[in-house]
Design a protein around this ligand. Structure first.
Ligand SMILES: Cc1cc2nc3c(=O)[nH]c(=O)nc-3n(C[C@H](O)[C@H](O)[C@H](O)COP(=O)(O)O)c2cc1C
Length: 242
């Protein structure tokens, strides 16, 4: 069978004693770890409250992909906890911020956007999660659920769910250090974030479904991204299970 791009990628990005010798970092080229929409209107999120969770084993047993939701809105405190648990800051230490998820080289290449379809105290629209400020920066106001459903290959749950969490990758943040191997780590990072979100949702008796089926260009366009330097890679819908 002809070697495909996937096979070639894995072969050509293997670490071997030879390939890692002489690797050096140009610290002057290190990209910023955060993206800001500094001109945007900011909605502050309440301090994330660690909830009284069921035992961890029960959370694992309760997690499943939920694709049908009631019409009940998500509260701002629920959204706050979900964002913090999936990609928020848990600790500041000697000028570095560490998140609730692991990340290769602590480079945190994943940005979080929120499509608010039905969230208390938040008008419908697309927001960027400001990690440092723990707030929402308004990117575009309006009802975009239907368009996100179309951009997710017609998956109606994107319209029905009160919220869609959209994750993008800022490739250079990892590529700066790991070069082409960075793509492996970026997708692993996104997996950790998705799982934290799924378990955090369970802990609030909410349901979620992780979504990888998307028209990349369409979804990037909705968020206002060119798609080369930063691109949507993964999303989750969250709401009250029906
Ligand atoms: C990377 C990834 C992409 C996925 N994409 C979709 C998707 O586009 N649509 C969907 O309905 N489910 C999607 N799922 C959910 C899987 O279908 C689901 O996890 C699987 O069927 C196992 O069921 P469970 O999550 O209920 O245990 C995705 C899951 C992962 C991890």
């Amino acid at each position: 069978m002809k070697e495909g791009i996937g096979q070639r990628y894995h072969k050509e990005t293997k670490y071997t004693p030879e390939s890692i010798s002489g690797m050096a970092l140009d610290w002057s080229q290190k990209p910023p770890l955060y993206k800001d929409y500094s001109e945007a209107r900011m909605i502050g999120l309440p301090k994330p409250q660690a909830t009284e969770t069921p035992p961890f084993g029960e959370l694992l047993l309760g997690r499943r992909s939920v694709r049908n939701f009631t019409r009940k809105a998500l509260s701002l405190s629920e959204l706050s906890f979900l964002l913090w648990a999936s990609n928020g800051i848990r600790q500041q230490q000697r000028g570095h911020e560490f998140r609730t998820v692991p990340s290769a080289g602590a480079l945190y290449p994943i940005e979080t956007y929120v499509v608010a379809n039905n969230v208390e105290e938040v008008s419908p629209g697309i927001y960027h999660y400001s990690i440092r400020a723990h707030g929402l920066e308004e990117v575009r106001a309006g009802n975009y659920g239907e368009e996100f459903a179309q951009a997710a290959l017609g998956q109606d749950m994107c319209q029905e769910a009160p919220v869609i969490i959209v994750w993008t990758a800022v490739f250079q943040r990892s590529r700066w250090k790991y070069h082409e191997r960075a793509y492996r780590y970026i997708y692993l990072d996104a997996g950790h974030i998705g799982q934290n979100l799924a378990l955090a949702a369970c802990s609030l008796e909410l349901g979620s479904c992780q979504v990888g089926a998307l028209f990349d260009d369409y979804m990037n366009e909705l968020i206002g991204l060119q798609g080369d330097e930063e691109s949507v890679i993964y999303l989750s819908v969250v709401g009250h299970p029906r």
